[in-house]
Ligand binder design. Sequence first.
Ligand SMILES: Nc1ncnc2c1ncn2[C@@H]1O[C@H](COP(=O)(O)OP(=O)(O)O)[C@@H](O)[C@H]1O
Ligand SMILES: [Mg+2]
Length: 254
Amino acid sequence: MNILEATDVSVTFESFGQQIKAVDHVNFQLPRGKTVGIVGESGSGKSTFARVLSGLQLPTGGSVTYLNQPIQNGKQTYQGALRKEVQMVFQDPYGSLNPRMRIVKAIAEAITQHQEMDKKSAIAAAIKLLESMGISGADAFKYPRSLSGGQRQRASVARALSAQPAVLIADEPTSAIDQSAQSQLLGLFNDLIKSGLSIVLVSHDLGVIRYLSDYVYVMKDGVFVESGDTEEVFNNPKEEYTKKLISSIPGRAL
Ligand SMILES: Nc1ncnc2c1ncn2[C@@H]1O[C@H](COP(=O)(O)OP(=O)(O)O)[C@@H](O)[C@H]1O
Ligand SMILES: [Mg+2]
């Protein structure tokens, strides 16, 4: 059963009279409870496609369905009961965290948007959620700028989870943080996977994708050139482009 599915999706941007086909007639499936990776070089269209899946970008062609229901109605996406089900974590945590709000308050607000709860209970729930992300004590009451990059990224995952979504879409969650923060975030994603969340993981880091994903889609110039079971694709890549990507990983033992 696919929880999220894209059929023949295209996104064309107009820029100075030029047409840029950022996403070009792609099909995609996220089975429920699985993690699907999207990997590819910078500029291949990963973020644009992730934004289409999350309803932030309207496709110029094709459609996305959530449990077989179209997510789009006119210019609106994820209306009504669907609103909370698919949440996105951005590469830049400032995209999801208000810089003028202490993170505990931002997350408490997000909680009350999706659940009936008084302020005090929402703050308590926010503290608990942040604690489960490894942000505890005084750190929960800091402003985003006073947190480390890794903490900020985990706080933005917490914000996305405050809606209790069924699907999490994460765009390059590990790219702006150092090695130790990365392994902490990978551990966190492992826990989310075990909890049964369905995840779309976008990354140019093949190591991250291989570690976490059940299936992988390899993107190049707006199309998926190869897809399949992660180990199958990594052990036996069929496309030249995939082979090149895998062999270009510096000093990483895959
Ligand atoms: N809002 C936009 N307007 C014009 N071009 C865009 C816009 N967003 C992305 N693009 C272009 O679409 C292509 C894919 O970009 P993107 O989805 O960000 O790739 P990736 O996430 O793989 O690096 C790039 O050529 C980029 O310049
Ligand atoms: Mg991107």
